[in-house]
Ligand binder design. Structure first.
Ligand code: SF4
Ligand code: SF4
Length: 428
């Protein structure tokens, strides 16, 4: 794994602000791994806050809800940070909206059956919020015995601070979410993993554990060195348990489940409050901004609206906008691109690293040495350049987690990850 510049300050210490007044929300039907959700509203229909607007469509899929009250303006293709333009529900919101239609009572988890908790999590549209968006109810109903539950508070990508703020400001809810997961998967051990650069969160977690503010006796805090891509499921399992995932194995094949802290928070809201996943903290940062910020946003809020309302302000026109972190994020060009359930941050860059020309591979082997999945990145480059796409699968290209370490480390400036993405596209 790599030690790279963190760029976490000052956003690490900025309290998450609230912004709830987007006039229009753009809600793509794919904000998760699996089949897109199925629309269950019509144009011009009035919807309540938290109303289901698109149902989960199959075993691996997730439901989508209206973050606020409003009217369905249109259902049409709209920008998505990863997939170009895809079918989306456009909601014209009612700005004077203080009313909360969620069921405002807390459920007694002790008396609630496991199946009912899983149903509540599925109905709330909870997905993994660390990046991939895997539907939570599927992960939390494993077909095998789980001995280790890992709570991922690493947030190893440079710049991002949303998980850190959530741990500092909403730790009690995160622990309640961990309690729900623990009830569902009954692990022998719970490890809360945080990188050493999150001092404020570490203090809080220690306090919670030591003062028994949590009734989860099995939680152990593990402070890890800041390394990239330590927050990846497979790398984190290895760092903590020395169990190695290879090939098509899943964490549960090694008796592990990994859940991000934001997902734990959403699970708490779903299980205790029947509150669907409709908002999250997003970090806005980068040298083009006047000031970095962490903001609670409804999903579907566009960058354009935040800029128009001066919620985020530029000191320089950004040359590049990235949804996510600089290592794994997606470059976007349209300011109408909305925040999704999986958007932990948006990066606005004015100064870009000098583009150096790609030169020939010198076979130094650094990309192999630093690949956290033990792959052969240089071979992928060769195969894609020679259009030998069929060979890519023999070299396990599908195991690549697209962490970008190979591109970052390559002395010949070869954009290795770009070749890998192209190769993956070709074999699809
Ligand atoms: S790091 Fe770059 S130059 Fe070195 S082997 Fe890999 S692709 Fe070739
Ligand atoms: S090959 Fe994939 S997993 Fe390996 S370093 Fe490159 S991007 Fe990361």
């Amino acid at each position: 794994m790599l030690k790279i510049a963190e760029h976490k300050d000052p956003q690490h210490s900025f309290k998450a602000e609230k912004f709830l007044s987007a006039e229009k929300l753009y809600l793509p039907l794919s904000q998760h791994t699996g089949k897109p959700s199925k629309i269950c509203v019509e144009k011009k229909q009035t919807v309540r806050k938290n109303q289901l607007i698109a149902k989960s469509d199959g075993f691996i899929s997730a439901s989508l809800h209206a973050p606020v009250k409003g009217e369905i303006l249109e259902i049409k293709k709209h920008f998505h940070p990863k997939f170009g333009k895809i079918k989306s529900i456009i909601l014209k919101t009612e700005l004077d909206n203080n009313q909360d239609n969620s069921l405002n009572h807390s459920f007694d988890l002790e008396k609630t059956a496991k199946e009912d908790i899983l149903t509540a999590i599925a109905e709330a549209g909870v997905v993994g919020m660390g990046g991939a968006g895997f539907p939570a109810q599927v992960k939390l109903n494993p077909p095998k015995k789980i001995d280790t539950l890992i709570i991922n508070g690493c947030e190893c990508e440079p710049y991002l601070a949303s998980d850190h703020r959530l741990m500092v400001e909403n730790l009690e809810e995160i622990f309640k979410g961990i309690g729900v997961i623990s009830k569902l998967v009954r692990p022998k051990e719970i490890i809360f993993a945080v990188e050493e650069n999150k001092e404020e969160a570490i203090k809080k977690i220690n306090y919670f554990i030591n003062t028994k503010k949590t009734n989860l006796p099995k939680v152990k805090l593990k402070i890890l060195k800041s390394r990239y891509p330590q927050g990846g499921e497979k790398q984190l399992i290895y760092s903590l348990t020395k169990r190695k995932i290879s090939g098509k194995m899943l964490p549960l094949d090694l008796g592990c489940i990994v859940d991000n802290v934001a997902t734990c928070f959403a699970i708490y809201e779903a299980a205790y409050l029947r509150q669907p996943l409709t908002r999250r903290i997003v970090t806005f940062c980068g040298d083009a901004l006047v000031k970095p910020k962490n903001i609670w946003l409804n999903i579907g809020t566009t960058l354009g609206e935040l800029i128009d309302k001066k919620i985020i302000e530029f000191k320089e026109k950004p040359k590049k906008i990235i949804f996510g972190g600089p290592m794994t994020g997606d470059t976007v060009v349209n300011l109408s691109t909305p925040i999704l359930k999986t958007t932990s941050g948006v990066l606005f860059l004015e100064k870009l690293p000098k583009e150096e020309e790609e030169s020939a591979c010198i076979r130094c082997g650094r990309c192999i040495n630093y690949c956290p999945m033990d792959l052969m990145p240089l071979e992928y480059v060769k195969m894609v350049k020679n259009k030998k796409y069929k060979n890519l699968e023999n070299y396990q290209i599908k195991d690549c987690i697209e962490c970008g370490c190979c591109s970052y480390i390559c002395p010949a400036q070869i954009p290795v990850l770009d070749y890998i993405k192209l190769g993956k596209e070709k074999i699809k």
